[in-house]
Every structure is written in structure tokens, then in C-alpha cells.
Design a protein around this ligand. Structure first.
Ligand code: UDP
Ligand code: MG
Length: 211
């Protein structure tokens, strides 16, 4: 009897292991926009690493505010200890509220080897990475979109100076991470240069096939 219900409990816990989709692509490739669509249709929880960092930066009395601020402005990648704590906390909070909410889109992470190592060390046993959704978009279009967004976004990094650094970081540090996942057969590539609706058509094909 006890063994039986223990078995049920273990099965339940296993079933509820977080299922993660990493969403990657250059700045302005469409990650955030498409994540909103995916949340609506497929019931994921969207966690943007950049948004979590920006929220942490604006908190009163945070010890990391200035550090995060300068990393973001310079287009550099914040040390993973900070980012992963924020991601983990957000996942835990979501699942504490409702244990069935175990599907997460982690947007804009992992961006470099430090991020990936940090994830593997801290989260690999506790979450399953299903696949990497990759928005493939030329640097020119990415820059153009971010400059357009910069007119209203109020972001300190949507200006040409920061963007050049962000693109450089993306090419040098994030691209190799995508290539690594590619070798494991985990990348689902979408042409991010098309319109929002066209891109979402492609995205739906991917999620319909995976679910
Ligand atoms: N960032 C970081 N680690 C992350 C995600 C973001 O350090 O895991 C920082 C980095 O400086 C990046 C900035 O936050 O350039 C903005 O990231 P975001 O994902 O919001 O930009 P997007 O790619 O969506 O334009
Ligand atoms: Mg974003």
C-alpha cells in the first residue's frame, strides 16, 4: 500500500519535471515577440533572461544593479551565477503556484559557455531541455529592428553603439552554443527575417510536431 502510493508520488514528480525550450537568436531576431505567441497557443511560461536581469537591476537595494547595468550597456554577458539564480527562482515560483505549469520558454539563454556550464551544473538534473528554438536572422535586419524598437523601448542597449557590441557577442559567444546543440540534433531553426505571422506559422509546425 505504502509502496504503491510512493510509486505514484515518484511518477507524479517525474512527470512534473520542468520541460525547457531554449529560445536563441540575435538581438531583435524575434525571440520575445514569438514567445508571446507560443505562450498563448501552447501554454508555456515565458522567462526572458534579459527581462529578469532588467527587473533585478531596477529593484531597490539590489547589490547587482550597477554590475548588470554596465554589462547590458556594453552588450556583455552577465556572470551566470546571477542569471541562473533569477531563472531558477522564477521557475520555482511558477511551479510552487501551480505544479502543472512545467513548460518553460527560456528566452535569450544560454548565451555563452559560462551560461551553458552554469546551467549544466545547476539545472541539468532538475530540468529537461527539449530543444533549442533558433531564430535565424541577418545582423543587418537585427540591427535595423533594434534601432526601430529603440525609439520606444527605453532600453539602454537599443542604440547603435551597444548594438554593435551585442552583435559581436552574439557572433563570438552565442553562435558556438547554437552550433553545439545543432550537433546534438536539438536545434529547430526558423527563418526569423520574415513577417511575424509567417514566422509564427513555422513556429507552430515545430511545436505541433513536438507536443
Ligand atoms: N543578458 C545576459 N545574460 C542572459 C541574457 C541577457 O547577460 O542570459 C544581457 C546581455 O547583456 C544582453 C542583454 O541582457 O545583451 C539583453 O538581452 P535580451 O535577451 O533582453 O536582448 P534581445 O536579444 O532580446 O534583444
Ligand atoms: Mg528579448
Amino acid at each position: 500500500m505504502i509502496i504503491n502510493s510512493l510509486g505514484t508520488l515518484v511518477r507524479k514528480l517525474l512527470l512534473m519535471k520542468p520541460r525547457v525550450v531554449f529560445v536563441l537568436g540575435g538581438p531583435g531576431a524575434g525571440k520575445g515577440t514569438q514567445c508571446v505567441n507560443i505562450v498563448k497557443k501552447y501554454g508555456y511560461t515565458h522567462l526572458s533572461a534579459g527581462d529578469l536581469l532588467r527587473a533585478e537591476r531596477s529593484k531597490e537595494g539590489t547589490k547587482y544593479g550597477e554590475l548588470i547595468d554596465s554589462y547590458i550597456k556594453e552588450g556583455n554577458i552577465v556572470p551566470v551565477e546571477i542569471t541562473i539564480d533569477l531563472i531558477k527562482r522564477a521557475m520555482d515560483e511558477t511551479m510552487a503556484e501551480d505544479a502543472t505549469r512545467n513548460k518553460f520558454l527560456i528566452d535569450g539563454f544560454p548565451r555563452n559557455t559560462d551560461n551553458l556550464d552554469g546551467w549544466n551544473k545547476k539545472m541539468d538534473n532538475d530540468a529537461d531541455v527539449k530543444f533549442v528554438l533558433f531564430f535565424d536572422c541577418s545582423n543587418e535586419i537585427c540591427i535595423e529592428r533594434c534601432l526601430e524598437r529603440g525609439k520606444v523601448s527605453g532600453r539602454t542597449d537599443d542604440n547603435i553603439k551597444s548594438l554593435q557590441k551585442r552583435i559581436q557577442t552574439y557572433m563570438q559567444s552565442t553562435k558556438p552554443i547554437i552550433e553545439q546543440y545543432e550537433k546534438e540534433g536539438k536545434v529547430r531553426r526558423v527563418d526569423g527575417a520574415k513577417s511575424v505571422d509567417e514566422v509564427f506559422d513555422e513556429v507552430q509546425k515545430i511545436f505541433d510536431a513536438e507536443n
